[in-house]
Design a protein around this ligand. Structure first.
Ligand SMILES: *[C@@H]1O[C@H](CO)[C@@H](O)[C@H](O)[C@H]1NC(C)=O
Ligand SMILES: *[C@@H]1O[C@H](CO)[C@@H](O)[C@H](O)[C@H]1NC(C)=O
Ligand SMILES: *[C@@H]1O[C@H](CO)[C@@H](O)[C@H](O)[C@H]1NC(C)=O
Ligand SMILES: *[C@@H]1O[C@H](CO)[C@@H](O)[C@H](O)[C@H]1NC(C)=O
Ligand SMILES: *[C@@H]1O[C@H](CO)[C@@H](O)[C@H](O)[C@H]1NC(C)=O
Length: 378
């Protein structure tokens, strides 16, 4: 797509010098098709500058290590995976050969705690990758987390941009897990009832806010009788404490509530196409159009949507669509060797011309090596 950077790195840095702490937001949903146990995951990436994304194929049998010094977690991948990266430094979205899908989404509140070398450490760039490499489903990942006491280690992506995220995992059975680090402690929400994740506030607060919004979603959301803002103000009078904490978060809460609502109403899908289309329709509806640079950092936490991915864990197909250029691609797992005899392959989405990024990408990947994860080096 020869990148078409939305905002140059220069303007990004100027922006940050005005102390913006949030520079990305995103939305994720797992849609249960209702028949044939089909689960399709979808996510948007809203960010201030091009993410220079690549697709990677990682086979089973890869030796991995966190490269963060003492007590760095190391492992050998049991499962192959297909992932989307940011800057070839972070596995930000992906699915493994068992149909476990996962995404990292921005969470400004995250606090992973000061490095404690008596806990195994994982660089944030491989946080998601660790789960895709080792676990076939959410239950197995949850069990491992109870035992391991992992600590995520992060690093600024570009100077001043905090790289703090929470993690969502989902599997073929419709199980989900949200993992956050708050005040240095890991907080987990595990179950089928958690198919939606957006950004701040923390997931607990999102759930609390959604108990208010859920029942009035049918009358309070865009496209219904009243705009969300009026209800937010009414809520502000009822629960000033929580509102005060999240005075600037209402647009994110809006995405959480809308996605939860759309997902609760989504009709059944009987095949791959309908299921992906249903998921895409929801994720597109919480996407953000381009905004003029002058409007960025004026108080609203709004960033344009740059791309979206959809992963279908029944047919094992991975879709990527850009909103910076009109491209849409897919990869079928059956076309790639994810076994331990496979090779690491890469497709640099920011390097290909947009005309080449249409349809099936089988045959377009080239041999590659693993990237050094963000957070490595301490
Ligand atoms: C993204 O790619 C562009 C074009 O190659 C480059 O100028 C820019 O520095 C890259 N951004 C980052 C953060 O790596
Ligand atoms: C960690 O991985 C890197 C990159 O694959 C490799 O160069 C390095 O030797 C590994 N270190 C250990 C201790 O395994
Ligand atoms: C470091 O982690 C160990 C193991 O979880 C724990 O017992 C210890 O209290 C932690 N140290 C600090 C300073 O938090
Ligand atoms: C909205 O949903 C609530 C709860 O399900 C219901 O009581 C109410 O009648 C609905 N309002 C409209 C306008 O459909
Ligand atoms: C990748 O490398 C293998 C040898 O390791 C070679 O057989 C294969 O042709 C290469 N594939 C591509 C697309 O370059």
């Amino acid at each position: 797509m020869t990148s078409g950077t939305m905002f140059s790195l220069h303007s990004l840095l100027i922006l940050l010098s005005f102390s913006a702490t949030k520079v990305l937001s995103c939305s994720r949903v797992t849609y249960h098709a209702g028949v044939d146990d089909r689960i399709t995951a979808g996510r948007s990436m809203d960010f201030v500058a091009s993410t220079n994304s690549s697709m990677y194929i990682f086979p089973a049998g890869l030796q991995r290590n966190g490269s963060i010094g003492e007590n760095s977690k190391s492992w050998t991948s049991k499962y192959g995976s297909m992932v989307t990266t940011m800057y070839d430094m972070v596995s930000i979205d992906g699915m493994n050969s068992e149909g476990l899908t996962g995404s990292l989404l921005y969470l400004g509140n995250s606090d992973y705690g000061a490095r404690n070398t008596s806990r195994p450490g994982l660089p944030i760039g491989f946080w998601l990758q660790y789960f895709l490499d080792l676990y076939p489903n959410v239950a197995a990942a949850a069990e491992a987390l109870q035992k391991e006491n992992l600590q995520v280690v992060t690093k600024a992506l570009v100077p001043g941009v905090s790289s703090t995220a929470h993690l969502a995992l989902s599997d073929k059975s419709g199980d989900n897990m949200i993992v956050e680090y708050l005040d240095g402690k890991m907080v987990i929400h595990h179950g089928q009832q958690y198919p939606v994740m957006t950004n701040d506030p923390s997931f607990d607060d999102q759930l609390t806010l959604n108990t208010y919004w859920g029942p009035i979603s049918n009358v309070s959301l865009p496209g219904t009788g009243s705009p969300a803002g009026e209800f937010w103000l009414a809520y502000a009078q009822k629960s000033p404490e929580i509102v005060e904490r999240h005075a600037n978060d209402y647009l994110i809460i809006d995405r959480f509530v809308r996605l939860s609502y759309y997902n609760s109403l989504a009709p059944e899908s009987k095949d791959l196409m309908t299921s992906v289309a249903t998921t895409a329709a929801m994720i597109r509806a919480v996407s953000v159009p381009f905004v003029p640079e002058s409007q960025i950092n004026t108080g609203l936490d709004i960033w344009p949507t740059l791309w979206r991915v959809y992963q279908d864990s029944k047919d094992m197909v991975y879709f990527y669509e850009s909103s910076m250029v009109p491209i849409s691609i897919y990869m079928k797992f059956s076309d790639y060797d994810l076994s331990s005899s496979g090779k690491i392959m890469r497709l640099g989405l920011a390097e290909e011309s947009w005309e080449d990024l249409y349809g099936d990408m089988n045959g377009k990947f080239t041999n590659a090596t693993a990237f050094i994860p963000l957070g490595a080096g301490g």
